[in-house]
Design a protein around this ligand. Structure first.
Ligand code: SAM
Length: 209
């Protein structure tokens, strides 16, 4: 069982996390201007905090994750809320073939630093976007390795990202018009070191028409 399977049942019980993911959703609405016609893939959706925020703004959302535990929680929310415009699917773009579905928007929120093969994942997202579609990546600015407690360090593959470097990577994959904005600045207690400040960015980029 993965760290995320174990954490799934209590994932939404951390108010600071829920607040930050609402800020990510608000930033996506501000920066990427979703419309009621748009289909959205929320990749690495977890319990769907961002996808569910976006749902009233768009046509439909697919939450995709490789953690059965996270998907179970998301499916329960979908069923209890009678959310016919949302579904949850298992997907790991590091190992699975890229599905045939195409979306107007692909969101990856706070998941990329948990994914070893960033380039393969971003190429998969590029392929899953319709021409002119928009990718939204929310993640931590580069951090010293203190954001996650030692107990979950095994699930962390990148200590945040340098925005400029990430935008360059996206452009080398074929995305255009890469931009970044700051979504959230917050302090939290870290092991052995009191409080530290972290930043979450939103990088957006488009697939060529
Ligand atoms: C920190 S959580 C973020 C969840 C959610 N996006 C949010 O913003 O609240 C990271 C999520 O990425 C998922 N994940 C990690 N590696 C993945 C992979 N290779 N493919 C799909 N999902 C993955 C985890 O299962 C977890 O649900």
């Amino acid at each position: 069982m993965s760290h995320f399977d174990e954490a799934a049942a209590t994932w939404d019980q951390e108010p600071a996390r829920v607040r930050r993911m609402r800020e990510v959703g608000q930033a996506i609405v501000r920066e990427a201007a979703p419309t009621r016609e748009m289909t959205v893939l929320d990749y690495g959706s977890g319990t769907g905090l961002v996808g569910l925020y976006l749902l009233p703004h768009v046509h439909s959302v697919v939450g995709a994750d490789n953690s059965p535990g996270m998907l179970e929680v998301l499916r329960k929310k979908i069923a209890e809320g009678h959310l016919h415009a949302m579904r949850a699917v298992r997907l790991d773009l590091q190992v699975d073939p890229v599905p045939d579905d195409r979306y107007h928007m692909v969101v990856i929120s706070m998941a990329l630093h948990h994914i070893a093969d960033v380039d393969r994942t971003l190429r998969g997202c590029h392929q899953m976007l319709r021409p002119g579609g928009i990718l939204c990546v929310a993640d931590l600015d580069s951090e010293p390795g203190t954001f996650h407690p030692t107990a979950v360090a095994g699930s962390v593959h990148h200590l945040g990202f340098d925005r400029k470097e990430l935008k360059g990577r996206l452009e080398s994959i074929g995305f255009i018009d890469a931009r970044d904005a700051t979504v959230s600045t917050f302090s939290k207690p870290v092991e052995k070191d009191g409080e530290q400040t972290f930043l979450i960015f939103l990088v957006t980029a488009r697939r060529r028409v």
